[in-house]
Write a protein that binds this ligand. Structure first.
Ligand code: DAH
Length: 336
C-alpha cells in the first residue's frame, strides 16, 4: 500500500505541463471525486495498524503536493494567457476583411438612389398567397399572363406559393397604408425555370411604387432618367410599349449603352440598347383591389431584376456565378 502512495508521489512531483487540458486531466485524475486521492483516503482503514502512521504521513504529503502542483500550474497558465491577451499595444490579428456580395452591392446602390428622392424601403414575405402575388395585381385565376411566371406552389395548396415577383409587396403596402405612398421593395423571388447562364429558379428584384394625386407618366419617365443616370451614368432611355396586367399603359425600359467596343456590341446584340426593367401606370383595378380610389389617386410602378443589372454593371455573362460563392469571384468586389 505504501508503495503505491510513494509511486503516485513521484509521479505527481515530476508532472509538468503548460497545456490547460493536460492540467485539467491531471486534476481530475488525482483530485476528482473518484480520483486517486479520495480512493487512497478511503483505503486507509484497510492499511495494517503498524503501517498506518507512515501511510498517513506520506498520503498527506501526496495531498499537499497535488494541491500545490495544480495551483502552480494553473497560476502559470493564467499569467501566460493574460500576458498574451492584455497587451493592447500589440498589433491586431491579420484578419482577412470580407466584402459585400455583388448582388448586395447593386441592391444597396439601387435603394440608395431611390431613397434620395423620398422612397422608403418596404419588404414582404417570400411565401405568399395567391391574392397578393396574382389576383390583386389584376391577374385573376386562369388569366393567361400567369403563364409568364412559372410558379412554385407550397405543397399541394394552390393558394400558397413562393412569390414570383416583388410586385406582391406593393399590394401589401397599399392595403396597409394610405396615399401618398412611395416605396421600393427589394427581395428574393422564385420561378420554376431550368437553370442556365441566363436564368435561375431563385433571383432578386426591386419593385418600386409611387401613388399620389395627379401622378403622371411624365413623372415616371423623369424618375427613370434620374435612375439610369445615377446608376449607369447614362441618361438616354427609351420606353417600349409592353404588357403587364398590373399596369396600364405598360412599358419596357431600355437604356442606351453605346457601341464603343466589342463587348458593347456583344451585350447589346449590336443595337446599343439594353432592357433594364418593366414599368407602367398602376392599373385602376389594382388600386381598387387595395381600397384606393382610382378617381382620386394615380401612380406608377416599376420592377427590375438585380442580377440582370449586376451582370450589366460588372459585365458578367453567367448568372450562376452569383450563387456559387467562389471566393475568387467574390474577392473582386472588395473595393467597390
Ligand atoms: N413584376 C414584373 C416581373 O416580375 C416586373 C414589373 C413590371 C413590375 C412592370 C412592375 C411593373 O411594377 O410596372 O416581371
Amino acid at each position: 500500500m505504501l508503495k503505491i502512495v510513494k509511486k503516485h508521489l513521484k509521479e505527481v512531483k515530476s508532472f509538468y505541463s503548460e497545456n490547460d487540458l493536460k492540467i485539467e486531466e491531471f486534476r481530475i485524475k488525482y483530485n476528482g471525486k473518484k480520483g486517486v486521492l479520495n480512493k487512497l483516503f478511503k483505503s486507509f482503514r484497510d492499511v495494517p495498524e503498524k503501517e498506518k502512521k507512515e501511510f498517513g504521513k506520506v498520503l498527506n504529503e501526496l495531498k499537499k503536493e497535488i494541491n500545490n502542483k495544480i495551483l502552480n500550474l494553473q497560476n502559470k497558465l493564467i499569467k501566460k494567457v493574460s500576458s498574451v491577451n492584455n497587451d493592447l499595444s500589440k498589433p491586431g490579428f491579420p484578419y482577412k476583411l470580407g466584402s459585400f456580395h455583388p448582388l448586395s452591392i447593386v441592391e444597396n446602390k439601387i435603394l440608395d438612389i431611390f431613397s434620395k428622392i423620398g422612397f422608403i424601403i418596404s419588404e414582404g414575405p417570400e411565401i405568399e398567397d395567391d391574392w397578393h402575388n396574382f389576383t390583386a395585381l389584376n391577374l385573376p385565376e386562369f388569366h393567361p399572363a400567369r403563364d409568364m411566371q412559372d410558379t412554385f406552389f407550397v405543397q399541394t395548396n394552390p393558394d400558397i406559393l413562393l412569390r414570383t415577383h416583388t410586385s406582391s409587396v406593393q399590394v401589401r403596402y397599399m392595403e396597409e397604408n394610405n396615399p401618398p405612398l412611395r416605396i421600393v421593395s427589394p427581395g428574393r423571388v422564385y420561378r420554376n425555370e431550368a437553370i442556365s447562364a441566363r436564368a435561375h429558379c431563385l433571383f432578386h428584384q426591386v419593385e418600386g411604387l409611387y401613388i399620389d394625386r395627379k401622378v403622371s407618366f411624365a413623372d415616371l419617365k423623369q424618375t427613370l432618367i434620374y435612375f439610369a443616370e445615377s446608376l449607369f451614368g447614362k441618361s438616354k432611355i427609351r420606353l417600349r410599349p409592353s404588357y403587364f396586367p398590373f399596369t396600364e399603359p405598360s412599358a419596357e425600359v431600355d437604356i442606351y449603352w453605346g457601341l464603343d467596343n466589342e463587348i458593347d456590341h456583344k451585350i447589346t446584340k449590336g443595337t446599343g440598347w439594353l432592357e433594364i426593367m418593366g414599368c407602367g401606370m398602376v392599373d385602376p383595378n389594382v388600386l381598387k383591389n387595395c381600397n384606393i380610389d382610382p378617381d382620386e389617386f394615380s401612380g406608377y410602378a416599376f420592377g427590375m431584376g438585380i442580377e440582370r443589372i449586376a451582370m450589366l454593371l460588372y459585365q458578367i455573362d453567367d448568372i450562376r456565378v452569383f450563387y456559387e460563392n467562389d471566393i475568387r469571384f467574390l474577392d473582386q468586389f472588395k473595393s467597390i
